[in-house]
Design a protein around this ligand. Structure first.
Ligand code: HAM
Length: 401
């Protein structure tokens, strides 16, 4: 039997109903904040992700679905959404128009990771990207919006916050950190590699021994320049004034290279080891880095499967009509009547003449609210017999009605 690939799953009813419930309600919330729908291709040039997410990241270094297409182009399935949205923003010259552009998207992402609970090779993200606003209040705005989304779905979470500095404070800090790392013996091979490629990634190491060894290493948020410090303070003070709780996590470095200043994650104790429900931050240099005009930006992405794992929705209520014919001659008028009724409600049709009992059973299975029947007598009198499958009441209605 053919099966879906490892780490990839089908989304069928009733789970698909939950998926739509999430997308529809999240869309309504982000539209209230002025975000507009956007869509970019799933396949992009590999170099886009190398230049944005970064070659030193696990996502690009180890997890890309990368191949050479029939035209000899080096392409890959997108591992995340931000890079494609920025590419599209620059390609369509939105960076030249100025002003604020707020975009949202959802769709499949691909990472060749070891599958486990909450971690897939094909998964979905719902993401937002806000371009053109350097005020740190926009960071707060997207955090407030993300909180509203998670609250809507009654998800328990903790907000973790950090500042990753900027090209002013990052390089001297990097030097300082490398100096410290050079004096530590016993780091794992991954951390030794990180030391040469992107040293701040060492704080992301899950190895307990490395965490102990790094306990006294300098942290970026204690070495921020004045501008980064001020912005980080505005973010914290505004969150305080809105009574939004958060933890400062100096080890939060995110797994992608493009961030500067604010970085945040919403984690949930109700998930297993993969406890991040959503993550994001500011990336003021990425547009410029991908050949656009300097444009500040901030955004986040939610892991859809992780949210779906934590939400319950009520069973579908009975809805609409099921139409059935008792005799073959009734099928054509039934089809006409049913099609007319579909202008105002959900309608399913039984294509073959059957007994009343068989139609009632089919209506029940289809979860219809009403079973509408046309037999010989109804045909003669231009009537339809209708039974309400909740109240169990039945009556005749004129076909024209
Ligand atoms: P990310 O933290 O790599 O950020 O991913 C965002 C979310 O996607 C995670 O918090 C998690 O819920 C979900 N996720 C990631 N990998 C998997 C997986 N293998 N299986 C299931 N869910 C997963 C980004 O991708 C950035 N582009 C977010 C962003 C947007 N930053 C600024 N704008």
């Amino acid at each position: 039997m053919l099966k879906a690939l490892k780490g990839m799953k089908d989304i069928l009813p009733p789970d698909s109903r939950k998926f739509r419930y999430f997308i529809d309600n999240t869309t309504k919330i982000v539209e209230k904040y002025g975000f507009s729908f956007s869509q970019t291709p799933i396949l992009e040039e590999t170099s886009l992700f190398k230049r944005s997410v970064g070659e030193s990241s696990d996502i690009v270094g180890k997890e890309m679905y990368q191949f050479i297409d029939k035209g000899g182009n080096d392409v890959c399935l997108r591992p995340e959404g931000t890079a494609g949205v920025v590419r599209s923003f620059v390609e369509h010259k939105l960076d030249r128009k100025g002003g604020i552009n707020r975009l949202f998207y959802y769709g499949p992402m691909f990472r060749y990771e070891r599958p486990q609970k909450g971690r897939f090779r094909q998964f979905h993200q719902f993401g937002v990207e806000s371009f053109g606003e350097s005020n740190p209040l926009e960071d707060v705005n997207v955090i407030v919006m993300l909180k509203e989304i998670l609250d809507f779905f009654k998800i328990n979470y903790t907000l973790q916050l950090n500042s990753l500095g900027c090209p002013n404070c990052m390089p001297p800090f990097r030097e300082k950190l490398i100096e410290t790392l050079n004096n530590i013996d016993g780091l794992c091979s991954d951390c030794l590699r990180r030391k040469d490629t992107n040293p701040i990634r060492v704080f992301d190491c899950k190895n307990k021994n490395c965490q102990t060894l790094l306990k006294d290493a300098p942290r970026l948020n204690q070495h921020l320049c004045k501008s980064c410090q001020d912005d980080f303070e505005v973010v914290q003070k505004t969150l305080d004034s809105l009574s939004i709780e958060y933890e400062i996590d100096p080890n939060l470095v995110r797994g992608l290279d493009y961030y500067s200043k604010s970085a945040f994650e919403f984690v949930s104790g109700d998930l297993g080891a993969q406890n991040a429900v959503a993550g994001g931050g500011r990336y003021d240099k990425l547009v410029e880095f991908l050949d656009g005009r300097p444009t500040p930006a901030v955004g986040f992405a939610i892991g859809v499967e992780r949210v779906l794992d934590m939400i319950n929705i009520e069973e579908d209520e009975r809805e609409g009509y099921y139409f059935g014919a008792l005799v073959a001659e009734a099928i054509t008028p039934l089809f006409k009547t049913a099609s007319k009724q579909r202008e105002s409600s959900k309608v399913l049709i039984g294509y073959e003449a059957k007994s009343l009992k068989a139609h009632l059973k089919a209506a029940d299975r289809a979860n219809a609210r009403y079973c509408a029947i046309i037999g010989e007598d109804e045909l003669k009198d231009n009537k339809v017999w209708v039974k309400d499958l909740i109240t169990k009441e039945d009556h005749f209605i004129d076909i024209k009605q």
